[in-house]
Ligand binder design. Structure first.
Ligand code: ADP
Length: 300
């Protein structure tokens, strides 16, 4: 069996809660015993509402946060020893949600893309050629190297952020809500670009989003994160067609419907905006649903 590109084992991150006197009164279990792995060249979607622990997982993979317990292995190697080193940056890079704030407004596109090249000791004389090559990879003309971020659209900025993440040829890309700030048609084009890059460069992706509909055509497998725990995982098509957990059904209820067949499959439960329902609430909603569908089947 081949070694997975990313392997996460029993990963937890608890943040201490302190009272006004600084006494430790409990913990926020941001990530609670999470395990999953991503095969080389695959796309894994991690979905969950705001506050479910997605960014904390991403930050631990990037070495920006230390796990309370558990292990993260990239390409077979534990990352604990390489935090903050060049070697870690060469393995994994991240693309953030808001391309506007991740690019320095005073730097040209070329200068921004050059930052990781310089940091990794890329030869200066080859820099311009590599920048053109990276812009071509993300389907931007080479003369964009001279432009400033304010001259670019949201989609173009995100392409630059992707080019910068690819500069040191990482094996794994963590995409944290990479298209959430973009219009729907632009989102689709950025996803198409990522699919194309994944194939051409043999990249592995961890795709983090609160939006399950984006995962449908991109991620081969998904994990559903609920209050720091993965409550369901499997091939995307299985999770879409036959969700096993109430919370997954709730997330799917907000996915736009594209065919009559899918409409029939869609659970009739309301999504409570911005609020993660408790297990009791989910049971209440389910009971309500069963009652409603019973009423529908009993005309008059
Ligand atoms: P998501 O990315 O899914 O929105 P996060 O990983 O940002 O979720 O947050 C998960 C939980 O951890 C939330 O309850 C959040 O308030 C808490 N949390 C995140 N970072 C910190 C921190 N530095 N200190 C305390 N609590 C935190």
């Amino acid at each position: 069996m081949t070694v997975p590109m990313l392997e996460i084992r029993n990963l937890s991150k608890f943040f201490p809660i302190r009272n006004a006197f600084g006494r430790h009164t409990g913990d926020v279990r941001a990530v609670d015993d999470v395990s999953f792995s991503i095969e080389r060249g695959a796309v894994y979607g991690l979905a969950g509402e705001s506050g479910s622990g997605k960014s904390t997982i991403a930050r631990m993979i990037m070495g920006l946060e230390t796990p309370t317990s558990g292990e993260i292995r990239i390409d077979g190697e534990s990352i604990a020893s390489s935090f903050g080193t060049r070697a870690h940056g060469k393995k994994v890079q991240m693309v953030f949600q808001n391309p506007g704030s991740s690019l320095n407004p005073r730097r040209t596109v070329g200068q921004s893309v050059a930052v990781p090249l310089d940091a990794h000791g890329h030869p200066g004389r080859d820099r311009a050629r590599r920048i053109s090559e990276l812009l071509e990879m993300v389907q931007l003309p080479a003369n964009f190297a001279e432009r400033f971020p304010h001259e670019l659209s949201g989609g173009q900025k995100q392409r630059v952020a992707i080019a910068r993440a690819l500069a040191v040829a990482p094996k794994l890309l963590v995409l944290d809500e990479p298209t959430s700030a973009l219009d729907v048609s632009v989102q689709a084009r950025v996803i198409d670009l990522l699919v194309d890059l994944g194939r051409r460069l043999d990249l592995t992706f961890l795709f983090i989003s609160h939006d399950l509909s984006l995962m449908r055509n991109f991620a081969g497998r998904v994990g559903i994160l609920y209050r720091g725990k993965i409550v369901e995982t499997g091939p995307t098509s299985d999770v879409f067609v036959d969700p096993q957990h109430d919370y997954t059904r709730l997330l799917l209820a907000s996915v736009p419907v594209i065919s009559a067949e899918e409409e029939a499959m869609r659970p009739k439960i309301p999504l409570i905006d911005g609020e993660i329902p408790t297990a009791e609430k989910l049971i209440e909603i389910r009971a309500l649903n069963t009652k409603n569908s019973f009423n529908e089947e009993q005309p008059g």
